[in-house]
Every structure is written in structure tokens, then in C-alpha cells.
Design a protein around this ligand. Structure first.
Ligand SMILES: [Zn+2]
Length: 284
């Protein structure tokens, strides 16, 4: 592409912001980074593991992208892929839970908010799970809790390391108590797993909050986070409304969690597989 063509293309795809109107940036070529507001070339973002080349903001990855990023090519075999959620409370507010589930399945192409299975990192077999935020905010209902528990039990049975990538808004309110009890169930399974001394590594991505952060996500032997990931229990908006105070900048960020000893490492996405490989080599 000549420089003249580039400018023509640039003018075509970079929209002019009018006050009060949302920027409408076409998918495919350019997009606007939500963190630094810079216009970025999408191909460059993809090449950069979906990290903003200007400000280092880590965009969310889908479960499939995360499998491709961390596991050896073609090594992933999914477990319990057909498991789908029930609607035990016949729940409905603005829309029914069944409709939310159907929409989430359509948007994500997944049956639930977590994908679990086995795969290899540099030829080492591990049990692996990855949450997908597109599926009702990565919320943990009974299927997510059950799949996490089965993954833990499989790692225990097969004597393998466990790696879980978390991304969640918390427990799934549409399942009420059924969802809350998954915190106890997954935590108990982790306690059994730890008796065998195999490593469990969790990776907290943006955001990891609520019932997931208060259970299996933070019970790992090693807790890694991606840069600037929001990690906490209640979200900052809820806390601000409750205490009626403005929270300091960087509150609940991975960096603050590291400073206070709540997590062990912050790793840039491009180094994640290599770091996991080294850690597993050391621990297992
Ligand atoms: Zn940026």
C-alpha cells in the first residue's frame, strides 16, 4: 500500500468524533483502544496477542484464543463439553435465564462459561480450564462449578498439574444458592487436590471477581495475573456506593494485589506460556 493509499484508507476508517455520539469504528481494520483511546491497527493487535501496541492494555481473549495461546498446537482435548445449565429457579427479571443462556451460547459458540480438558505445554500434559467472559460475564453457575470440580478431580486421579485461567464477574445470580454453593464445592475439591502435592496454577485475567475470586481462583499454589487485571470481590462501583467514598486509582489492580502479597506474579501475555512451562518444570 502506497502512502497516499494509506492516508485515503486512514481517512476512510478513522471516524470523526462528534460530542455526545458514540464512535462507530468498523470491525476488521482499525479499532480504538478502550484504555488509551489511540486508534490501533487490528492486525497489529492480533499479532501482539491482543495487547494494545500503544499502551500495553490486555484485551479479553476467548476460550479458544487462550487455548491457542497457551497449549501446544492440537494437543487440547475437551472434557464434559456437552454439559449445559438448567434453570432451577425458573428465573426471570428483564429476560428469562433460559433466553440469556441461549443468547450466550449463540454469541460465544460455547455451551457454558468455562471450557475444560487436557492439553500440553511444551510437551507436558496438564489438566486445563479456561473461562470465557462472553458467556454471561464468565459467571459461575452449577455447570461452571461442576466442570471446575471435575477438572480438579481428573488432575488428582491422573496425578497431573492443574492450570485454570479465570475471567469472571462472579457467581451467577440467576441460579441463586445453587451458584453460591459452587464456591464451597470447588474449594473442597482444591483442598483434596492439595493433599497430593501436584501444582495448581491459576491465571487471573481481567476481570476476576466475586465468587470465582473468593474460591478456586485464589486457592492456587501459584497465582499469576495479567497486567492491570481487575481482581477483587465486589466491583469498585459497588464498593464506592456502599462506603460513599471515591476509591484510589489502581484499587483492585493486579499491581496493587502483587504489592500486598495477594498474588505471586504479573506476567505479560506474550511471556505467559514460557513462564508456565518454566514453573511447571520447576514444580512438577
Ligand atoms: Zn491502548
Amino acid at each position: 500500500m502506497s502512502i497516499t493509499e494509506w492516508f485515503k484508507a486512514k481517512n476512510k476508517y478513522i471516524p470523526v468524533e462528534k460530542s455526545g455520539t458514540r464512535l462507530n469504528i468498523p470491525d476488521g481494520i482499525w479499532s480504538k483502544c478502550a484504555a488509551c483511546n489511540e486508534i490501533i491497527f487490528q492486525k497489529e493487535v492480533v499479532r501482539n496477542f491482543k495487547v494494545c501496541p500503544k499502551c500495553n492494555h490486555h484485551f479479553k481473549l476467548t476460550a479458544e484464543e487462550r487455548v491457542n495461546l497457551l497449549l501446544d498446537d492440537g494437543s487440547f482435548v475437551e472434557f464434559n463439553g456437552g454439559m449445559i445449565s438448567n434453570d432451577p429457579l425458573d428465573f426471570e427479571i428483564s429476560k428469562s435465564y433460559r433466553v440469556s443462556l441461549n443468547q450466550a451460547q449463540e454469541i460465544s459458540g460455547l455451551k457454558e462459561a468455562i471450557v475444560t480438558g487436557e492439553g500440553k505445554i511444551d510437551d507436558r500434559l496438564i489438566i486445563f480450564g479456561v473461562m470465557d467472559f462472553r458467556f454471561i460475564g464468565g459467571s459461575m453457575g452449577s455447570v461452571v462449578g461442576e466442570k471446575v470440580t471435575r477438572a480438579i478431580e481428573k488432575a488428582l486421579e491422573e496425578n497431573l498439574p492443574l492450570v485454570l485461567v479465570c475471567s469472571s464477574g462472579g457467581a451467577r445470580m440467576q441460579e441463586g444458592m445453587f451458584s453460591l454453593m459452587q464456591m464451597a464445592k470447588t474449594s473442597a475439591a482444591i483442598a483434596r487436590f492439595k493433599q497430593k502435592k501436584n501444582p495448581y496454577i491459576s491465571i487471573l485475567t481481567n476481570p476476576t471477581t466475586g465468587g470465582v475470586s473468593a474460591s478456586f481462583a485464589t486457592l492456587a499454589d501459584l497465582i499469576i495475573a495479567e497486567p492491570e487485571a481487575l481482581i477483587g470481590f465486589a466491583g469498585p462501583r459497588v464498593i464506592e456506593q456502599t462506603i460513599k467514598q471515591k476509591l484510589p486509582k489502581g484499587f483492585q489492580s493486579a499491581e496493587l494485589m502483587l504489592k500486598h502479597g495477594m498474588i505471586d506474579l504479573i506476567v505479560h501475555r506474550k511471556d505467559l506460556k514460557n513462564t508456565l512451562s518454566k514453573l511447571l518444570n520447576f514444580l512438577y
